[in-house]
Write a protein that binds this ligand. Structure first.
Ligand code: RUQ
Ligand code: CUA
Length: 658
């Protein structure tokens, strides 16, 4: 059983005896009409855009479905030398945090904005796990437009999950920690006393998408893992899976697996909102960065926020309820009707399905099993709709097809299991290659899924692809789910480690007013150069500003002399092109950052501090025209204190100075 090499011996034995699902039938991937179903002919578009988290690469990648073709990699919590993201002066502030410049994070989940419970194609949100942040990517530009840091949090994992009109994107802390304003310098084993959970409710402005940390709920210290908003009848509620209700701080694999049941936390956010509106929130000091990219000045701004409104859920009797859920639940998913809440206990041998109506009745009749740190615990049976028996091993995540079926991923038994939500019967199971994490059906978390394809994101691909040294490709597998039985139709490797992904019909995004270029006339960048005649080089002390333009196939100016060692040189390059897909690049020898990649109509700045005298060529890095190789120039750098005058030119030689 080569596939299970990475799992424990115990799990292998259990799998081998309970199931004979050993995926060896790799031939199924090419059987019948499978290949034709994933085939998109050259020159044809895919049906769906697929936005895939990049895990520890900090990026998001965009694929076409069903072809699995990689269309784009979007730097989010990362620097990207290909696009100059995080290297250009304009984009650096996007990665600012209360800890300074943090050019990396762990991006697990993508969440597309919704209107009336359907994907609207405007934005896709992403979480940064490590230095807790939320990002918003604008789908007109496929660029990160905003990053908001989250105070009082650590390990922003149950994030970013949104409500049916993107009223809020929520972010629950995975690690409970002492609040930022409290002194975190306490004994680790004072967890029970000092460690708290915080759930952030981030509002999203309807037109601009701008995020604002509206309020936080302060909760008992546990680990919040994943979450989903209610929808339809349960709109106004949020559901979070919690583990480590044991409140362990060491050897969690043992100590946080003690209890038979952890919790799903049900949050009445409409109520919380009422309390906030009534002025019940407590203003708490906190420092967190809010970074926005201004399209008009084409420059990011980082602002440090100073406080946050917090509701301590203990003080409000009707905001939060716990529902017991076996056993260290991971995924917590709500079906398209909003009635059924599926908890996936990583160590459970069944899948509990809770009923929203029954939860409401339990609250009305106070059908409680005591409390947990002052929060009522609803009786398991009174919230439960039913259990899916013996579905598989290690359930993680569930998506829905809108036809009454649920699809759950099983990490340990490496399979996707389709089951019926009403009668809780297993309908079909297919192997994955191997150890599947998330699943994604276009719209599979919304009120209206489009149930044609399901993608499984796998952690292990031993024997599936050509080997590439110690690290092998992570992968996605595409299944056709239009019929009764799931059919594997395509394997493709992915960027980073994919966790969650979402997809949208291509037309929604293609027709959302995609930006083809930045209008030069509207460029309000403080260092824009509107035409070659305005190109110049200025000096203020040791700061040199180069107002440079690029157009096929030259820079203006392309000869600069009089730069001195110790200068800070800012190349502000404006791309004068006004045509779709004609970027120019800019790079200079010895620069210790990346190139610039400047879109038509855009101004971007590279800071360069020459460390020695000499001749420094610069050139365009993007093959833009037949004479791209001619798109080059020279910068002369003289020793500090030299008398070489500052000159710049294009097309004529400057008189020789020694
Ligand atoms: S979580 S599998 Cu963030 Cu399941 Cu990735
Ligand atoms: Cu401009 Cu190559």
């Amino acid at each position: 059983m080569k596939i299970l090499q990475s799992t424990s011996i115990a799990a292998i034995i259990t799998v081998a005896t309970l199931y004979s699902c050993k995926p060896k039938n790799t031939g199924s991937a090419v059987s019948g009409d499978a290949a034709a179903k994933a085939y998109v002919a050259p020159g044809k578009y895919d049906e769906y855009y697929n936005f895939v988290s990049g895990g520890f690469s900090g990026q998001m990648s965009v694929y076409g479905l069903p072809s699995g073709r990689l269309l784009r990699v979007i730097p989010v919590f990362s620097v990207d030398p290909e696009k100059g993201w995080g290297y250009s002066e304009e984009t650096k502030p996007m990665l600012n945090t209360s800890h300074g410049f943090v050019p990396w994070d762990d991006l697990h989940h993508t969440e597309m904005s919704q209107t009336n419970g359907e994907i609207d194609g405007k934005w896709v949100f992403a979480n940064g796990n490590n230095t807790p942040r939320l990002a918003r990517i604008d789908l007109k530009t496929f660029r990160t437009a905003e990053i908001l840091e989250l105070p009082n949090s650590a390990g922003n994992h149950s994030s970013p999950f949104g409500t049916e009109n993107s009223e809020y994107i929520v972010a629950g802390t995975r690690f409970s920690v002492p609040s930022d304003e409290d002194n975190g310098d306490v004994a680790i084993n004072s967890y029970k006393k000092n460690f708290k959970g915080h759930i952030s409710f981030v509002s999203v402005a309807k037109e601009t998408g701008e995020m604002k940390l509206a309020f936080q709920l302060k909760t008992p210290g546990v680990n919040f893992d994943l979450a989903r908003a209610g929808k339809g009848k349960s709109h106004g509620w949020f559901f979070f899976s919690c583990y480590n209700t044991e409140q362990a701080s060491t050897l969690l694999e043992v100590n946080a697996s003690q209890k038979d049941k952890d919790f799903i936390m049900a949050v009445n956010w409409k109520k919380a909102e009422e309390y906030i509106k009534a002025g019940k929130g407590k203003k708490v000091k906190a420092k967190y960065a809010h970074n926005t990219f201004n399209e008009s000045t084409q420059t990011a701004n980082s602002k440090m926020e100073e406080e946050v409104l917090v509701l301590d859920v203990k003080e409000f009797k009707d905001i939060v309820y716990f529902i017991p859920c076996p056993k260290s639940p991971h995924g917590c998913d709500v079906d398209p009707t909003g009635e059924y809440i599926v908890g996936s206990g990583k160590l459970a041998a069944l899948i509990p399905v809770f009923s929203f109506d029954k939860i409401q009745q339990s609250i009305a009749s106070k059908s409680y099993d005591g409390d947990y740190e002052g929060i009522p615990v609803i009786k398991y049976e009174s919230a439960l709709y039913g259990e899916v028996k013996k579905p598989g091993l290690g359930p993680l995540h569930t998506e829905f097809d809108g036809k009454g079926n649920a699809y759950t991923s099983f990490f340990v038994s490496s399979e996707v299991v389709k089951w019926n939500i009403k009668d809780l019967k297993v309908l079909d199971r297919v192997p994955t290659y191997y150890s599947v994490g998330h699943l994604s059906i276009p719209g599979g978390n919304t009120k209206k899924p489009s149930p044609k394809y399901l993608v499984a994101y796998n952690k292990i691909t031993k024997d599936r692809y050509l080997p590439t040294g110690p690290e092998l490709a992570q992968s996605a597998q595409l299944y056709d789910i239009s019929g009764d039985k799931m059919q594997l139709i395509l394997d493709y490797p992915t960027i980073g480690e994919p966790h969650y992904a979402q997809s949208a019909p291509a037309d929604i995004i293609r027709n959302n007013g995609q930006l083809k270029l930045f209008k030069l006339a509207e460029n309000k960048h403080p260092y824009v150069t509107m035409g070659e005649a305005n190109a110049k080089v200025t000096r203020e002390g040791n700061k040199v500003h180069v107002y440079m333009t690029s157009i096929r196939s030259h820079f203006a100016p392309d000869n600069i002399e009089g730069i001195k060692v110790g200068d800070e040189v800012y190349f502000h390059v404006t791309n004068l092109e006004q045509d779709w897909d004609v970027p120019h690049g800019f790079a200079i020898k010895g620069a210790d950052n990346a190139e610039l990649l400047i879109m038509p109509g855009e101004t971007t700045t590279l800071k360069w501090v020459p460390k020695k005298a000499g001749m420094f060529p610069m050139y365009c890095t993007d093959f833009c025209s037949a004479l791209h190789q001619e798109m080059q120039g020279y910068i002369r750098v003289s020793p500090a204190g030299s008398n070489v005058p500052l000159t710049f030119s294009l097309g004529k030689a400057v008189p020789e100075t020694k």
